[in-house]
Design a protein around this ligand. Structure first.
Ligand code: NAI
Ligand code: MG
Length: 355
């Protein structure tokens, strides 16, 4: 298959982890006979430095011509005092909005060899394999805002269509996984949640193979910590999803291994690690590339339908961990930390048996 991918390395460790993931992508292309055509463009602080714009038109144009986008991370102290319109994060918000990437997917899966880093007991964290599906382009973050000295308000607004499309997405994902969907809301107090719940109930008829439960967000916040193994797909609105996805990200104890996808109803998607630009370790070649490598696996699966290739990357990363190889953020007492490149070499050696 021929696929065009726009690569946005970004700032801090972004370029390092993206370079590692691109090496893995190329090996997959060779092994499975795919023609991955890569084009590089600027976003975030790097784009501000070069074009005085966190998301230049050239970058948007290149993404428009692509089947998918791979992003590193944006931001860093260098730009922290910039005016609002010249902030690196604005590049991220704009790219999500421009391409209408309304569904943010964050899988959280336990790697048995990393569970020592989890704040949860091993027996609680070891069976975790869940996916948070967060609505990303609507709700209270985008509603009308008002503030004076005495009063402030943020409007939480969702249209039927906005809810339908994210809910459909979540049902489709649940169907491909273990067939369980937990819809999270605050229907005891919020009207947006009552409409959300009603639409989930309507859609349920179309997915008789998916088991649905409704749960209140405060209750899910507890259960994610006490019984995370219960969940398969969790779908929720923008704000609840923001909070729950950060909570879920600590379950397995390793920020450096969490991938994410931002997708819409067609196959186009943006793939990036959950972590940020980690400026304090940038340029040292020690960042953990696993989250970005696993983001490439998500791209192969969700944008290109390459399930086998995606599974091969996941298997390779898992095997490298099982063999006891870790970067500095995860290395165990007395072990030697691999550099970004050394870790990537190990993953590639697992995939390409001709090495
Ligand atoms: P961060 O995720 O960059 O770092 C948090 C901690 O985890 C740090 O100790 C860092 O060294 C470590 N870490 C993160 N990724 C790692 C990796 N791959 N390998 C090894 N260690 C890793 O979050 P932080 O420190 O809050 O933010 C740093 C900058 O990143 C800020 O400018 C922030 O705005 C930006 N950021 C960007 C995001 C994005 O581009 N999507 C998301 C989160 C933060
Ligand atoms: Mg957040």
């Amino acid at each position: 298959m021929e696929k065009k991918i726009t690569v946005l390395p970004g700032d801090g460790i972004g370029p390092e982890v993206v370079a590692a993931a691109v090496r893995v992508l190329k090996v997959i292309g060779k092994r499975y006979n795919h023609d991955f055509q890569l084009g590089y463009a600027a976003i975030g602080g790097a784009a501000i430095d070069q074009f005085n714009n966190p998301l230049p038109d050239e970058t948007i144009a290149m993404c428009e011509q692509s089947d998918a986008v791979l992003l590193g991370a944006v931001g860093g102290p260098k730009w922290d005092n910039n005016p609002a319109e010249l902030r690196p994060e604005l590049g991220l918000l704009k790219i999500r909005k421009t391409f209408d990437l309304f569904a943010n997917l964050r899988p959280v899966k336990a790697f048995p060899s990393l569970l020592d880093s989890s704040p949860l007991k091993r027996e609680v964290a070891e069976n975790v394999d869940l996916m948070i599906v967060r609505e990303l382009t609507g709700g209270i973050y985008f509603g009308e805002k008002k503030r004076d000295n005495e009063e402030a308000s943020d409007l939480n607004i969702y249209t039927r269509r906005e809810i339908e499309r994210i809910v459909e997405n979540a049902f489709e994902l649940a169907r491909l996984r273990r067939g369980k969907l937990c819809s999270v809301d605050k229907a005891n107090v919020l009207e947006t949640s009552r409409l959300w719940r009603q639409i989930v109930e309507e859609k349920k008829e179309l997915y008789p193979d998916v088991v649905v439960e409704h749960n209140l967000v405060d209750s899910v916040a507890m259960k994610l910590i006490t019984n995370p193994g219960h969940y398969d797909v969790v779908v929720t609105d923008n704000m609840f999803g923001d909070i729950l996805s950060d909570e879920a990200s600590v379950i397995t104890g390793s920020l450096g291994v969490l991938p994410s996808a931002s997708i819409r109803s067609d196959s186009f998607g943006l793939y990036e690690p959950v972590h940020g630009s980690a400026p304090e370790i940038a340029g040292q070649g020690i960042a953990n590339p696993a989250a970005t490598i696993l983001s490439v696996a998500m791209m192969l699966q969700y944008s290109f339908g390459m399930k086998e290739e995606a599974a091969e990357i996941e298997r390779a990363v898992n095997t490298v961990f099982e063999d006891g190889y870790f970067t500095a953020d995860l290395v165990k007492d007395g072990g030697r930390a691999l550099t970004t490149d050394e870790f990537t070499d190990k993953v590639i050696a697992e995939i390409d048996t001709s090495f």
